[in-house]
Ligand binder design. Structure first.
Ligand code: KG4
Ligand code: ZN
Length: 338
């Protein structure tokens, strides 16, 4: 089974062809990072227009790299929620048009769930349900309970900023560039004496909060003054990174314990963070939990994870029709469904 996956929910235009739900035949990503860097964040209107310029080229490139004609594709999966509405519409419209042209089914995919499907890509031993999922990205920090790949329920989420959003905002404050996550990680590598910044502990909850540590960085930089703050940039970045990574890793393992789960799957842009990967491996090792991290190349947004999610839905016969929309009027919570 071959599925074409299309992703355009934020600032990456991507298309991929995935076989049997895990083997990536092609994954083409056209990043808009350079366009948005000068604004220090994603500008929705610019993102939509750039998606429009790139979407057909990216889909054609993915099919060509996969050595696959559109007619040989079994279904077209597309992120239809959540995301920037103007950006989503571009991918969704393309998916429906191509699906109609070749008479193949279209499958609407939930972006956060797709980030967990990334842990199956190019992986011979994928997470086995039931498992706990952690998705840490620019827009979300979610803990998920997955009795099945097609049934995911929200266990905890951020009460304010997402983890990636906090990385981006702190990087901007420290003048480290955009996107902030990789920049903070790079600078933190040079730390000699990391500042101990507050780690949010929300008692019995599996929720997260990252706005406090972001404010703590701003106050610390003010207290140190511009010169000292610049000189101690690596120590500030390392202290901040630890304060974001620690609750993500601890809550993920706690969720596994609460659910009696022995499998943890992790995805999302922040899952590319080396400290988070190391800390999760350490805690999971101690707790006897089998950890599957999305491969680095599939942590940030990509079409392959969307195609992987689409494969599972298609195999189960859960496909959509050309009325598929990105504004849900469904009474289910926003994160429910395939
Ligand atoms: O999943 P993603 O590509 O987009 C969303 O769905 O939001 O995640 C992008 C986020 C950005 O906030 C970026 O700063 C963060 O992932 N990120 C990282 C790293 N690489 C990307 N955060 C921490 N460490 C990294 N190495
Ligand atoms: Zn994402």
């Amino acid at each position: 089974m071959r599925v074409l996956g299309i992703e355009s929910s934020c600032d990456d235009t991507s298309a991929a062809v995935v076989e049997d739900g895990w083997r990536v035949l092609a994954n083409v990503v056209s990043s808009q990072t350079e366009v948005h860097a000068r604004f220090g964040g994603v500008v929705p209107e610019i993102a939509s227009r750039r998606h429009l310029e790139r979407i057909d080229v990216v889909i054609a490139a993915a099919l060509e790299q996969a050595g696959c004609a559109l007619a040989e594709i079994d279904g077209i999966a597309v992120t239809n929620r959540p995301g920037l509405i103007g950006a989503l519409v571009v991918g969704l419209t393309a998916a429906k048009s191509y699906a109609w042209a070749v008479g193949k089914p279209v499958i609407g995919v939930h972006h956060i769930q797709a980030h967990l499907h990334a842990s199956r890509l190019d992986c011979e031993a994928p997470p086995r349900p039931p498992f706990v999922g952690l998705v840490a990205s620019g827009g979300h920090s979610d803990l998920i309970w997955a009795p099945d790949w097609l049934d995911m329920q929200l266990l905890g989420e951020t009460r304010d900023d997402a983890a990636g959003e906090a990385f981006d905002k702190v990087a901007r404050h420290l003048d480290l560039g955009y996107p902030g996550g990789p920049a903070v990680q790079r600078v933190a590598e040079g730390a000699s004496d990391p500042f101990p910044l507050p780690i949010a502990d929300l008692d019995d909850s599996l929720d997260f909060s990252f706005s406090g540590v972001k404010t703590a960085v701003v106050r610390l930089a003010e207290r140190l003054g511009p010169e000292e703050a610049r000189a101690r940039q690596a120590d500030i970045a390392a202290g901040f990174q630890r304060a974001v990574v620690e609750p993500l890793a601890r809550n993920a393992v706690r969720a596994c314990r609460e659910r009696d789960a022995t499998e943890l799957a992790v995805g999302g842009g922040v899952a590319a963070n080396a400290l988070l990967r190391a800390r999760l491996a350490e805690l999971c090792g101690e707790a006897g939990i089998r950890l599957t991290l999305a491969p680095l190349r599939y942590c940030t947004d990509n079409g392959a994870m969307v195609a992987a999610a689409g494969c599972v839905a298609l195999a189960a016969g859960r496909v959509d029709d050309l009325m598929l929309d990105c504004v849900s009027t469904d009474p289910l919570p926003w994160w429910a469904g395939p």
